[in-house]
Design a protein around this ligand. Sequence first.
Ligand SMILES: [Zn+2]
Length: 126
Amino acid sequence: MPKWKLHTEFRFDAAHFIEGYDGKCGRMHGHSYRVLMKAESSELNPSEYLDSPDMVCDFRELKWAAKDSEKGGLDHSLLNEKMDCSTTAERIAEFIHKETSKRIPDNIDLTVTVWETEDCWVEYTD
Ligand SMILES: [Zn+2]
């Protein structure tokens, strides 16, 4: 069976604090988050911008979170205002995964990796 694996990477800057955290992460601070999106599929799909089934999905749908928070993304946002749950890296990866899944076809396996710092990252898939 053929398989395509799409990868795209982006960064966004955001503020957050971890509610209930007993330590400095409980205070408001910021990160330059790095995100790697991996989309795998055995079938190609059309997209909003291409009628023929020739792509796994549109790269731009995978990169929505990189957009300015005033334009629907997460850049320069306070993550606690964007998410209904804790803003740990684990939850941020899950949140980006969920929101991206709404924008892409069902036949795609999505993996989201979020770096909170250069040497601390989390990978999420469902
Ligand atoms: Zn933090």
